[in-house]
Design a protein around this ligand. Structure first.
Ligand code: G3I
Length: 318
């Protein structure tokens, strides 16, 4: 098999995917040609256009244009979709983040947002990141407007609303720094175990996978297995492995080994259904905007040329 998605499928996985956005696909034809190539990518995630600030910036006023176009584009290419994301503390419109709600009012707001967004794409989304980034790195719950007002009940509220809106979509909780064993991964496992005990619908754990060259944890597989033992599927949902710039041959070689290591861990755990890269080319990565002096995190370079990391992904499956 050639192409990342084809290689993954040939090894029993469901997909390799990428995050993207319609404005890039419309404005950059060489970029769009690769993103739309089903041999490379069988799954698409909207990088920003399905988030709360993009879809319901004013209460009850909905903007679906970016998401709709991307969903239609992916379906036309034969690609599946992950939905990202319904309840997240970041990229919230100010009418939500400013708070001041009663518990009942905020519960209703969460139900309404989750129901309306997921219903819009009912039957078209493989999996939804229903709750994104609920934890701090020490495994305590993040003090978002949701947690501060509702405690952990907002998580079950969102998951129940999501299941009712699209019974066929896999419902995920998604977070970063839960790649290897550690306090945050333990907290995620405990949360999912509790949700299952409470009969709250939960189908998957999303491991974002924003990693650093030369610093990928060694116990990925053990952690993936601890998640799988809960009876959920897992996916690597936002993989990128950044380096301190400038790029050197040595760093590219380490990055190749790091991609291979992540892919091999997913391959080894049957519950790991697929891997999405958070954009496929360094040209459009979020990393340099947020981490000054870092970047080159993806398997294609700024000029849309495949890097050693690309071969690392293939080798990880072989
Ligand atoms: O849309 C505005 C535009 O109108 C404005 O002119 C421009 C000026 O800065 O900003 C644009 O919004 C930016 C948006 O991306 C769309 O490009 C925001 O400033 C910028 O903060 C936002 O960044 C996104 C980030 O999430 C927000 O937290 C990144 O693109 C996106 O890759 C990143 O993705 C997150 C996942 O959703 C969750 N996990 C972590 C991951 C990386 O941070």
């Amino acid at each position: 098999a050639t192409g990342l998605h084809n290689v993954a499928v040939s090894k029993g996985k469901l997909y390799i995917g990428t995050a993207t956005e319609m404005y890039k696909l419309n404005g950059d034809a060489p970029y769009a040609a690769i993103a739309s190539d089903i041999n490379e990518f069988g799954m698409i995630t909207a990088e920003n256009s399905m988030k709360w600030d993009a879809t319901e910036r004013t209460q009850g006023v909905w903007t679906f244009a970016g998401g709709d176009d991307l969903v239609n584009w992916a379906i036309a290419n034969g690609q599946k979709l992950r939905g990202h994301t319904t309840v997240w503390h970041s990229q919230l419109p100010s009418w939500v983040s400013s708070g001041g709600f009663s518990a009942a009012a905020l519960t209703s707001i969460i139900e309404n947002h989750t129901t309306t967004l997921i219903d819009r794409y009912k039957g078209k989304i493989y999996s939804w990141d229903v709750v994104n980034e609920p934890f701090n790195d020490d495994g305590t719950f993040r003090s978002s407007v949701f947690y501060t007002t509702l405690g952990t009940s907002y998580i079950a509220t969102a998951l129940h609303a999501a299941r009712a809106a699209d019974p066929d979509a896999k419902l995920y909780i998604n977070d970063y720094n839960i790649d290897g064993l550690g306090a945050k991964s333990t907290a995620m496992a405990n949360l999912v175990a509790q949700l299952k005990a409470d009969n709250v619908p939960i189908d998957g754990i999303g491991i974002q996978g924003h990693l650093i060259v030369g610093a990928v944890p060694n116990n990925l597989q053990a952690n993936f297995e601890q998640f799988a033992a809960l009876g959920v599927e897992i996916a690597i949902t936002e993989l990128d492995i950044r380096m301190t710039l400038p790029v050197t041959p040595g760093k590219l070689a380490q990055q190749k080994a790091d991609y291979k290591k992540v892919v091999a861990a997913c391959k080894a755990v049957p519950a790991c259904v697929g891997i999405t890269v958070w954009e496929y080319t360094d040209k459009y990565s979020w990393v340099p905007d947020v981490f000054s002096g870092q970047g080159a995190a993806l398997p294609w370079d700024d000029s849309l040329v495949k890097k050693p990391a690309y071969d690392g992904i293939v080798e990880g499956f072989n």
